[in-house]
Design a protein around this ligand. Structure first.
Ligand code: UD1
Length: 377
């Protein structure tokens, strides 16, 4: 193992893409307050637009990264390789005692691989989630990152079964809850009203009491023109019964444009730019329902008690279905509309809050890390 400072053990934390930021915020706060650990933050630069990065750092009070690798966009191979190339010298120079990665994006696997080969222990937060769908790039990232990790923190009990099936024993796995929900509970009261969110986007007429929020960005949905068109048609039909607000991920904006679907989408939905964390939370917590293909939003709607329809064939977060407010509906127009109408008529699944989604996951993680890296003699 590469040694850190004699006093505090250095935990190099990695973020890269939008969903990483809300996961790292409570960890940076807790690590910063630890006497025996010190955080060192690396941003790979996978997401770089102000709306995809800076807004999150500011709102969630994440300290500016100690290093920004500035990798930007690219194919999976190019992006992953570039992150690895730029991360390796940082590990060499900083000699961390552990590298902590979160989630399942390309930055997660790239940095885990570099650290493991340098003999630096990898810590994975949000380990053991499986969609069992290897056509998702994130699934490959999850499986491989878990294999490389020495310490794995899980958000739901089923994750341990997934890990054991892949030969990862319980001694390395700690069920601690969900850091993304730490951030949600910490910030919920700061979220602006729906009217304020829309006013900030220069939209004069807010939708009234009942509205739906749409998010779409999975390549399987937005990169396939036929699927994208089918989804836009479903939204057009639903919009006759429920006003729809649709913040656009840059990938989705580009695909709607390229396929000549932007006008149809704009006729069905109020299109918004990518929203910062608090504005998105403002919409989510007041929504009648949310239609999404995001992983994180399936969890956030469960924590908020807002019905969620997931526009995918599978989920790596099954607890949001078994205990929470989530229903898997795929991308079939009739199935989406039937499920949405059910929610309109009976209010949808109420759900319950999953075990340990109580706002204290980061606290538990840091306690385990302190014991592991800097045990009291
Ligand atoms: C990535 C993650 C995905 C996560 C999503 C959240 C992987 C494999 N995918 O997907 O798991 O759910 O982030 O957003 O890591 N772009 C910009 N500005 C930016 C960043 C990206 O315009 O700041 C555009 C670029 O055209 C880029 C495209 O978005 O090519 C996709 O970005 P990329 O990071 O490759 O993947 P995401 O689709 O964002």
């Amino acid at each position: 193992m590469i040694g850190g400072s004699a006093v505090a053990k250095r935990v190099m934390c990695v973020v890269g893409a939008r969903p990483n930021f809300m996961k790292i915020a409570p960890l940076m706060r807790r690590l910063g307050a630890s006497v025996s650990l010190e955080p060192y933050l690396v941003h790979t630069g996978q997401h770089y637009d102000a709306a995809m990065k800076a807004a999150f750092f500011e709102q969630l009070h994440i300290p500016e990264p100690d290093q920004d690798l500035g990798v930007g966009s690219g194919t999976h191979a190019a992006q992953t390789a570039e992150i690895m190339r730029r991360f390796e010298p940082v590990v060499e120079a900083q000699a961390p005692d552990a590298v902590l990665v979160v989630g399942d994006v390309n930055s997660t696997i790239a940095c885990a691989l570099v650290a493991a080969k340098k003999g630096v222990p990898v810590v994975h937060v949000e380990a053991g989630l499986r969609s069992f769908d290897r056509s998702m790039p994130e699934e490959i990232n999850r499986v491989l990152t878990d294999q490389l990790s020495e310490l794995l923190f899980t958000t739901e009990r089923l994750a341990l079964e997934n890990l054991e099936r892949e030969g990862i024993g319980p001694a390395r796995v700690h069920f601690v809850g969900n850091v993304m929900i730490d951030t949600l509970l910490h910030n919920r009261r700061r979220a602006p009203s729906v009217a304020a969110v829309l006013a900030a986007a220069d939209i004069a007429d807010p939708p009234g009491q009942r509205f739906g929020v749409i998010t779409l960005h999975r390549p399987s949905n937005v990169d396939d023109p036929l699927t994208l068109e089918r989804l836009v048609d479903a939204l057009a039909e639903l919009s006759a019964e429920l006003p729809l607000l649709f913040p656009l991920h840059p990938r989705t904006a580009a695909r709607l444009e390229a396929n000549g679907l932007r006008k149809r989408a704009a006729a069905a939905c109020t299109l918004l730019p990518p929203l910062d964390y608090l504005h998105m939370l403002g919409l989510l917590q007041s929504a009648t329902m949310v239609l999404t293909d995001s992983g994180g939003i399936q969890e956030e709607t469960t924590a908020l008690g807002v019905p969620c329809l997931t526009l995918r064939a599978n989920t790596e977060r099954p607890i949001t279905v078994s205990e929470g407010t989530n229903t898997m509906v795929g991308t079939d127009r009739a199935r989406i509309l039937a499920a949405a109408r059910n929610i309109l008529s009976d209010g949808g699944k109420a759900g319950r809050i999953p075990e340990l989604w109580d706002g204290r996951a980061a606290e538990r993680i840091v306690a385990v890390l302190e014991d592991w890296l800097a045990p009291v003699q």
